[in-house]
Ligand binder design. Structure first.
Ligand code: HEC
Ligand code: HEC
Length: 302
């Protein structure tokens, strides 16, 4: 245990453990050496159930030895392993270290499998049946819980098969997305837009950009309010992949479609996170995965 945050608890645990073991040893010694006054017939005088008498016999030797072994074992174990508070132990073992070693061993074992893939560009890899079978399995194990087993996503989780990208769809950008993760943030914008009517008008203007059903009068009244959005979504509403601001003109809606959904985005803002995979997958695995994801919306080179 090396992750105590305060000195007090580290010492508390260390002292309590040591004192308990020493107390056991003292108890053993005292009870082994103290003489109990016994009667001439070697009974203590305690009688139960009318005729059950307690004899004053010592513990069998093997039993005493077991106690001694337990105490010695406890002390030796505490010396070798991290048992006393923050003390790391002579062997330097830790569960974290063991886990890292196992992960390293596993990664070394699978490295040869990926050796043939790592120098091939993703466009070519996407046409390689064996690499794509591995890519699909990696996707099922690591990505499908969020993006769906068909990679078509759901509300909040982008569809990876449609060629519409928040952050960009080149293999390099996909690799960066998988490795570092992404955090798409849109701040609440209602204050910058105006009152509730302004927000509703603006929402209709946003819907008009993609030719979605909208109220044309409201849309024309809301148009000027789009200035508050242009910094991120662009003056034409086509988005900006450098900051992950989506294209609002393409009728692909990550957070729901319609007036209410757009108003919700403006009023509440959006925070949407994809976790970094760098610690979970090797660079070789991520390379195969990004070729797989790229291939979902592109025709692979033969
Ligand atoms: C815990 C859920 C979760 C997991 C697991 C996850 N993702 Fe994501 N992913 C997201 C979210 C949420 C986004 C959208 C981020 C944003 O809004 O900027 C995203 C975005 C992406 C994007 C960018 C899409 C775009 O339009 O630019 C790619 C590519 C991607 N994920 C691939 C993967 C791959 C490959 C895996 C498996 C290694 C994976 N994701 C695992 C939640 C997840
Ligand atoms: C600071 C940059 C920024 C500003 C300003 C901004 N947005 Fe966004 N917006 C984003 C980002 C980033 C996302 C994507 C969030 C995510 O990763 O899911 C987004 C998402 C959205 C969505 C959801 C799109 C979908 O596919 O579901 C709508 C609608 C939207 N913005 C409308 C607006 C409007 C209207 C304004 C102006 C009032 C605005 N945004 C201002 C950055 C911004």
């Amino acid at each position: 245990m090396s992750d105590f945050t305060s000195d007090f608890w580290h010492l508390y645990v260390a002292v309590l453990t040591l004192v308990s073991i020493i107390a056991c040893a003292i108890l053993l010694w005292v009870s082994g050496t103290t003489k109990v006054k016994a009667h001439a017939d070697n009974t203590t005088g305690h009688v139960w159930d009318e005729d059950l008498r307690e004899l004053n016999n010592p513990l069998p030797k093997w039993w005493v030895y077991l106690f001694i072994i337990t105490v010695v074992f406890g002390l030796a174990y505490g010396l070798l392993y991290p048992m006393f508070g923050r003390y790391a132990g002579v062997l330097g073992w830790s569960s974290l270290g063991q886990h890292s070693a196992e992960v390293e061993r596993q990664q070394a074992a699978i490295a040869p499998l990926y050796a043939g893939f790592k120098d091939k560009p993703a466009e070519q890899l996407a046409g390689d049946a064996q690499a794509m079978a591995i890519g699909e399995r990696l996707f099922m194990n690591n990505c499908a819980q969020c993006h769906g087993s068909d990679a078509r996503g759901s509300k909040g989780f982008p569809n990876l098969t449609d060629g519409d990208w928040l952050h960009g769809g080149s293999p390099e950008v996909i690799t960066t997305t998988i490795t570092q993760g992404r955090h798409g943030v849109m701040p609440p914008m209602a204050a910058a837009v105006g009152n509730a009517e302004d927000v509703r008008n603006l929402a209709n203007y946003v819907l008009s950009l993609s030719g979605s059903p909208h109220d044309a009068v409201r849309a024309s009244q809301g148009q000027s309010k789009f200035a508050a959005c242009a910094a991120c979504h662009g003056a034409d509403g086509k988005g900006n992949q450098a900051i992950g601001a989506p294209n609002l003109t393409d009728n692909v809606w990550l957070h729901g479609w319609g007036e209410e959904a757009v108003m919700r985005a403006v009023n509440n803002g959006i925070s949407n996170q994809m976790p970094a995979q760098a610690k979970l997958l090797t660079a070789d695995q991520i390379h195969v995965l990004s070729a797989y994801v790229w291939g979902l919306s592109n025709r692979p080179a033969k």
